[in-house]
Write a protein that binds this ligand. Structure first.
Ligand code: Z2T
Length: 833
């Protein structure tokens, strides 16, 4: 279909080739005609923009073809609704996936421009906090790669995740003005706007047929304007779309200035309405009770649903077939208001009767839960909802009423049960439980790792599991091998490529063929050489970012993730203190670099204190001549996707040490193991499945299980009682308490020690002895380079289960009921001449 020239002359584009001369010409043209620069005066950033514009033309052309293919084939579409997309840089990812990375590098070289030098100038698109946002980005990439008709919807935040600076050991947040140089990857669609209403009131109309219809009137309207980000599949010509919404004042605002005569005030009001899409809330796994956050959630949900329904009708499908032609995935409860919004649109705008609208809605939606942490569960005060979204509150009441009637019928007399199931929490000042709305409004609810799903069914959703056991399913997370192996680790990719055929890039199951090479001496040696080069690359970056010099011939032990009490950065820090003391005592200790990286939510004081203490301990350790280069502790600032691609391939030991039962899945654990790091971890989240995949001999598991944690908690043992469980633990905690490592933060150190001794809500001290033993075991294995490399290679070869492609296929088969479209072959013209 795409190979033949369409009869319509409007479809005939001027030829855009993907060979080196064609790309060269496009880049030169773009530099002058789009960027507006004389090539003799162009800066590296000008070249970055020129090459991006040249590729933009090619990616959008493929998007047009893909869209037409989906329209012609009558496909069922998947819509992924997420408040967060943690994408990172786009140039290299787009080039690689389009199959034109090398030829573009060649074209640039011909122009005297170094690809690496300009690529690193691109800002990360950091429209997410952590795992949840990165998962959304991986899922979009995988849907494109596998040919699923998938669309992402989210918010085009003007400011993404804050930039973390470390000043006087402490985290300081700087705004992430990622769009300041413009963004060649976005396609603004100023005509693709939808009105989104807030506040106002509901007017009921009694129809002649006895039904009542509702009108949501008055209130304030904001426009949602679309920006499209094409997403290329790996070595495919098909390109999917991520649509992000930006808030724009409506023309009403313009009229208002004119009428009210206060021009300045009116323009200020207009700006205020555009703050909705201004900034990403930098909280992972804690709910934000702010009105602006609720408005963000509703804003992007309403625009997305209007767009989805519009597309459905434009394709001339009947409205009652919506759920046959679309599946909508809710990425956590952040977009859960979509259930009520979908009902509102069907009832009020499309005049569909309640029961039919409800059947459509329930068949349309499914919901992914990402955490059990109680503080992350979104609940909105009824009074706030009633004010901001009065129509939705009415709809939620009716959904709840009909649901409670249904369970009353099935479980007569169980009044406590009904109270617990209700969407309205009556015990904390009347609040709307968004997770309940999401569960009731979905046909499937999934957790993100086997343990997480099973805990969900036993705890958070135990009552719902009684009502609808078949609704709860597990879909273990995954990661895209394109970014996290092929792009991040070209050395290891080449090594694998030299041993097995390259189909593993699409089908990670084929990586199993690499397994026999784990016992091959030459492969192990080559693997060590690759690690070594990756460490040199990281060491250079660490030096540039922190001024700290680290060796590249020692164990790299990394804990890279958001800073959280439950993730237990303090457990790793105690181990650093143990090693420090043992070296000071003259013991022979395996040389290592311990690297921490991660951001603390700006309002999470304990997490910020943990960063400060890590940095102060690091400062003492790194400057103590007694360490003699055997121990370095680095806090790598501003952890983001682009730095993850450098850190992960260099790691030997992957710290996955959360208190069991708290980490829903983890995905950093998968990226690190895929890159040949051995995991030291608790039986938490996906660590359990990683252990099952790689074998217990190839992972260091320690500590209490989730059940043991519950039992231990019930015993109420004071944390200080664990000080004798390990020969040094007491002196380590005392050193901290007494300010041995403090550099101006004495009080802080004493407070952290007190916290551990008196509160320790995540059982750091209770698990310390087991952790320290596991570290010692890892050290012993590391001293046998052959044994370690064999285990590392087995980790690599056995990670096929954790490909995001497997994850997406499970969603497609078990939840969305969609099939992939035949994918188009890669760009045929790619040729380096
Ligand atoms: C987040 O990144 C995660 C959970 C959240 O719960 C919120 C955010 Cl921003 C609301 C993480 C989990 O902590 C992690 O275990 C999981 O691997 C990841 O989501 C993707 O599922």
């Amino acid at each position: 279909m795409t190979e033949t020239t369409p009869p319509n002359p409007r479809h005939r584009l001027s030829p855009l080739t993907c060979d080196a001369p064609g790309l060269r010409q496009s880049i030169r043209d773009a530099l002058v005609r789009v960027v507006g620069k004389d090539p003799d005066l162009a800066t590296p950033r000008d070249w970055l923009h020129a090459v991006s514009f040249a590729i933009r033309e090619r990616i959008i052309e493929r998007r047009v073809v893909t869209r037409r293919q989906f329209a012609d084939e009558d496909v069922k579409r998947v819509y992924y609704l997420s408040m967060e997309y943690l994408i990172g840089r786009m140039l290299e990812a787009n080039l690689r996936n389009m199959g034109i990375l090398e030829v573009t590098q060649q074209a640039l070289q011909d122009l005297g421009v170094d690809f690496r030098e300009i690529a690193r100038l691109e800002e990360d698109a950091a429209l997410g906090n952590g795992g949840l946002g990165r998962l959304a980005a991986c899922i979009l990439e995988s849907m494109a790669t596998q040919g699923y008709p998938g669309y992402g919807y989210g918010i085009r935040y003007e400011y993404g995740m804050f930039q973390q600076h470390i000043e006087h050991f402490r985290q300081v947040e700087h705004p992430d003005n990622w769009l300041r140089f413009g963004n060649p990857w976005e396609f603004p669609r100023p005509e693709k706007t939808f009105p989104v209403r807030f506040y106002g009131y509901v007017v009921e109309h009694h129809q002649p047929d006895g039904e009542t219809s509702c009108n949501w009137e008055n209130g304030e309207e904001v426009l949602a304007m679309a920006y499209d980000y094409p997403t290329a599949g790996y070595e495919r010509r098909n390109v999917n779309n991520l649509r992000l919404w930006a808030a724009k004042a409506t023309r009403d605002f313009d009229l208002r200035y004119f009428n009210e005569g206060d021009y300045i005030r009116a323009v200020a009001d207009k700006n205020e309405s555009e703050t909705i899409s201004m900034v990403l809330y930098p909280n992972d796994a804690t709910a934000i009770g702010k009105e602006l956050r609720l408005k963000q959630e509703y804003f992007f949900v309403s625009a997305s649903l209007q767009d989805i329904i519009d597309r459905h009708l434009q394709l001339e499908y009947p409205i009652d077939e919506l759920a046959d032609k679309a599946a909508i995935q809710l990425n956590d409860t952040h977009p859960a208001i979509a259930v009520a919004e979908c009902m509102r649109l069907l009832l009020d705008e499309h005049r569909i009767p309640w029961d039919q609208a409800w059947t459509i809605t329930r068949n349309l939606f499914s919901y992914t839960n990402h955490t059990l942490m109680p503080e992350a569960l979104e609940t909105w005060p009824v009074a706030l909802m009633e004010r901001v979204l009065p129509r939705h509150m009415g709809i939620i009441y009716r959904i709840n009423h009909e649901f409670i009637e249904e369970v009353r019928h099935r479980f007569p007399g169980e009044h406590e049960f009904f109270r617990r199931l209700s969407i309205i929490d009556e015990d904390h000042g009347r609040r709307v439980r968004m997770a309940h709305l999401a569960v009731i409004g979905s046909h499937r609810v999934n957790g993100v790792a086997a343990l997480h799903t099973s805990l969900l069914k036993q705890t958070l959703f135990a009552d719902f599991n009684r009502v609808w056991p078949e609704r709860f399913v597990n879909v273990t997370n995954g990661v895209t091998p394109r970014l996290w192996m092929i792009q991040a680790n070209p050395g290891l990719t080449e090594l694998i490529e030299s041993r097995i055929s390259s189909d593993w890039k699409f089908d990670l199951d084929r990586l199993k063929q690499f397994e026999p090479y784990a016992s091959d001496d030459a492969t192990r040696e080559a693997f060590r050489a690759v690690k070594r080069r990756n460490k040199e690359r990281l060491a250079a970056l660490v030096h540039k970012r922190t001024g700290i010099t680290i060796r590249s011939d020692v164990m790299y032990d990394v804990q890279i993730k958001r800073i959280h009490e439950y993730k237990r950065q303090l457990l790793k820090l105690l181990h650093v203190i143990e090693l420090y003391q043992r070296i000071r005592d003259g013991e022979d200790v395996l040389p290592r670099v311990v690297l921490f990286a991660g951001k603390a939510a700006p309002g999470y004081q304990r997490a910020k204190d943990i960063i400060a203490v890590i940095n102060e301990v690091a400062d003492i350790v790194n400057h103590d001549p007694a360490m003699g280069d055997r121990l370095k502790c680095v806090f790598f600032p501003n952890y983001e996707v682009s730095s993850a691609t450098i850190i992960i391939p260099a790691a030997d030991l992957s710290e996955q040490i959360s208190t069991a039962g708290f980490e829903a899945s983890g995905t950093g654990n998968m990226k690190l193991a895929l890159n040949g790091a051995l995991t030291i971890g608790t039986l938490d989240g996906a660590n359990i499945e990683i252990r099952d995949a790689v074998g217990t001999e190839n992972i260091f598991i320690f500590g209490m299980t989730a059940d043991e944690i519950s039992a231990h908690r019930a015993q109420g043992i004071p944390p200080g009682a664990h000080l004798d469980s390990h020969p040094r633990l007491r002196s380590m905690v005392e050193a901290l308490r007494d300010g041995f490592f403090s550099n101006g933060g004495r009080h802080l150190h004493a407070e952290i020690a007190r916290y551990l001794l008196e509160e320790d809500p995540f059982f750091v001290l209770a698990d310390y002895a087991a952790y320290s033993d596991a570290c010692a075991q890892a050290d012993r294995m590391y001293q046998d380079a052959e044994a370690w490399s064999e285990a590392a290679l087995l980790n690599v070869a056995r990670m096929s289960h954790f490909s995001i492609d497997r994850t997406v296929r499970e969603y497609a088969q078990n939840i969305w009921n969609v099939v992939p479209e035949p994918v188009l072959p890669p760009c045929p013209e790619a040729d380096t001449n």
